[in-house]
Design a protein around this ligand. Sequence first.
Ligand code: HEC
Ligand code: HEC
Ligand code: HEC
Ligand code: HEC
Ligand code: HEC
Ligand code: HEC
Ligand code: HEC
Length: 709
Amino acid sequence: MTPFGFAMAGDPKNPVMPGCGACHPGGGGLEFDRDGKRYDARLQAEPQLAQSLDGDYFKSPWDKTGVVEADCFVCHLPGYNFKDRIKQLIMQNFKWASTSASGIAQVTGFVREGQTPAVQYNKRLFNEDGKIYLELSGPPPSENCTFCHSFSDMRKRGFSWNDRINHDVHNLKGMGCADCHWSIDQEHNFAKGDENVSTVRDDLDNTMKNCKQCHEQGFMGAPRPAHLSVRPNHLEKLACETCHIPTLHRAAAEGFDVTTGTLVNYPKLGATQVGANFDWKPRYARKHKDGKVWPVNNLLPTVYTNQDKDGIYYPLYAREIGKGYEKIKDKLKDKKPGRPELHTPEEIKLMLSALAETLKGNKRFQQIRPNYHKGGQIHSLNEKDEIVTAKDETWCGEGEGFNINHNVAPAKLALGANGCADCHSDEAHMFKGQIVTDIFGPDGKPTYISSGRLIGCQPWAYYVNQFHQTYLTPYVSIILLFLVFGLVLHYTGQGPKGADFTYEPGEILRFTLTERWTHLVRMIAFLLLTLTGYIFFYNNVTLLRMFFSSPSSAVIFHWVAGLIFLGASVVALAHWAKDARFADYDKEWLKKRGGYFGGKDVAVPAGRLNAGQKIFFWLTAGLSLLMGGTGILMIFKSSLPLTLNCLISTIHGFFAVIFVAAIIAHAYLGTIANPGTWRALVDGKVGRKWAQKHHSEWYKEVAEKEEKE
Ligand code: HEC
Ligand code: HEC
Ligand code: HEC
Ligand code: HEC
Ligand code: HEC
Ligand code: HEC
Ligand code: HEC
């Protein structure tokens, strides 16, 4: 395109759709040539330029049309007639566009039709001295921004601003575009973020306040979220928009197809047209710059390129594609008009062969090798004129999608407001939603992928994680309650074991000081782990804030306690592994169930540890190692794949519950079920009678040893 072509682009027979010039507000390349000179002035001075091959002037009557200056009114004048601007520019009335569209005059006649436009000023707006006073708006009204930024609501974002159906909380509260995208300097450089795909003015990236900054600082009275129901690490992994823009209500475009040589927009599947009242949920992508999960609107391309001698894939111009399509149009009679949908190998071959022919002699290329890009695949013809299909690794393939940042829903609709299941459940869109990857796949129907795969989660892993969030967590308290209830039943039914744990002379040492210390350390570490683990498990942000300065300090505390516990567990293993080896007499103990169910006074043989204690010992040793192993892995969670994270965090959570249950039972047996047993913790001594009764085999050993001495 020449600058002139850019300025006047559009359909002169029906000048209603904005061409490039209408939306690009003027100034810059619409006003000045590459040497910084005004087109109209220079062409007047050097008329021969219009005959030269200089792209700035080639065949362009700038001297008659004037240039497109920056139009202040397009933003600052409420009620600006943007439709008129479109028409004036397409009809080549460049220098009259602002005058006409602002309504300060009526302009008749069009340069494009060989006329010289006449201007009839609206005298009512002028004072007698010829000065005009207009009610300009600063900052500009959002309606004016959306003249240009609304077009498709896919990348220009916002035709649904001020929309009752697809509202935005900020808009509802009376904020406008310029409240977030203000002008950062006298030059009208607008504050902006760092959009995923766009490369417009990268030097201005992140000059605006983002969601986090406004809401953390309480800027303009923005509420500071407590986020009591949000898992803290999710605030680091998910963009604010991911939770706060769960659904959009106007159909954006799902994809486009350029087969006819013009752009065909496909609305979201199921919607009648782009812009229709239609609910859809975003696709999720890891934004490449920060690795967070972002909601995006992906626009699936169906495009043609030619691979030239240098190996580069050059997109074909619409007119080049159109020529090819003209040749095969009649053979595609069964297609909807304007919707060619080439998806069978035969159809694709037809089009590529036609392109190979019509591109012959094209001066742009040294080699003709047309390609068809669609749904992440690239189709081309080989030497034998057969269709070859491969994964599309070129830049024309699928993109990451345009960020979704507007249409923020009220907080009560945010994902997570109803618990973790808003995302981690069968119904939730986050992982299990179906995302279109090709608008018309090999059979002409759309192809899909589950949403979670796009952010790196294998389907089985999110089932595992879902088990954790939707079944384990809610039911655990009930299970533990049942356990306590069972113990109470046991206690009331069986009562405490015979109170034979009384002080008596000649007590023997059952546990040494180091053994007792090991037990104590394990116990304290376990209690701390349970406290922090409980906070993580139920995401109890209130307790978290009560005990810790930040979520990460709670996590570090948990690690440290965990490592201490693991260390103490290894020491415990060294202490007791020998005593915990199973012996023959353990069978009898097991047969009589240790005398815990009926028959308080049955004599059961046991070593230093009875069979029950041995089982418990090995169980906790196993659990400690399992918890330690998965726990240590979780320290490095941020650098592990999501699939593995889901697995280990579920294992860790599941066995933590079993561990806690086991310890509750252990505490019961060690205290009220066997009164006095707790003394083993304090001085480690036991009476002889007790030892003889409860640990007969061990007592025999001790007694033998004493005799020898
Ligand atoms: C409906 C209004 C509109 C029309 C029509 C329009 N543009 Fe734009 N264009 C925009 C807006 C708005 C942006 C900035 C978009 C953004 O970053 O979200 C833009 C950005 C661009 C960019 C920078 C893209 C990038 O990501 O780096 C180019 C180049 C461009 N337009 C060229 C054109 C050309 C060529 C035409 C005519 C064929 C055209 N535009 C027609 C509104 C429009
Ligand atoms: C693309 C839209 C746009 C165009 C075109 C535009 N402005 Fe602005 N203008 C803005 C925005 C946005 C602000 C910043 C408002 C804020 O920061 O609160 C602004 C601020 C201003 C201000 C500061 C005063 C105030 O009320 O905030 C002046 C003066 C101004 N513009 C003059 C102009 C002039 C003169 C032109 C034409 C050469 C022009 N503008 C063209 C969008 C535009
Ligand atoms: C006349 C059409 C038009 C109007 C009106 C307009 N813009 Fe733009 N805007 C554009 C175009 C075109 C671009 C791309 C700039 C370029 O590449 O030169 C753009 C770029 C931007 C960008 C940067 C986009 C990016 O991807 O980096 C922001 C932010 C923006 N505009 C905000 C606004 C705001 C706020 C208003 C209202 C005050 C506004 N615009 C009014 C046409 C317009
Ligand atoms: C409540 C604040 C807010 C309001 C109001 C708002 N935006 Fe944005 N806008 C954002 C945020 C946040 C982003 C994302 C920045 C990012 O991706 O890093 C964004 C992104 C954009 C972008 C993409 C370019 C970029 O900044 O990376 C454009 C263009 C844009 N907005 C235009 C508009 C227009 C036009 C309006 C009014 C119709 C508007 N915005 C209203 C907050 C706002
Ligand atoms: C320029 C600062 C600013 C930016 C940027 C901004 N907000 Fe806001 N936000 C506000 C203000 C101010 C309010 C409250 C308006 C009121 O209540 O009058 C608000 C309100 C909200 C609410 C409504 C809370 C409720 O009561 O339901 C939510 C949710 C919200 N913002 C989320 C976001 C998200 C998500 C983003 C990023 C896309 C964002 N905000 C960007 C300033 C901002
Ligand atoms: C994992 C989902 C999730 C993420 C990520 C998230 N939020 Fe929220 N947000 C919620 C939920 C759920 C609520 C409502 C209940 C609550 O406050 O816990 C909420 C409430 C809010 C509110 C309303 C607070 C009030 O008191 O009215 C604002 C404002 C807000 N969030 C802004 C943000 C900002 C800014 C970010 C990014 C830094 C963000 N949120 C990230 C889920 C999330
Ligand atoms: C807004 C949707 C959403 C909500 C609500 C949500 N999650 Fe997640 N969750 C995700 C996403 C997305 C990931 C993948 C994050 C990543 O690793 O990038 C994830 C990952 C996880 C993981 C595995 C990775 C890790 O952090 O260890 C766990 C465990 C998890 N979530 C637990 C929860 C719990 C517990 C809740 C409720 C308090 C919850 N989630 C609420 C979306 C959500």
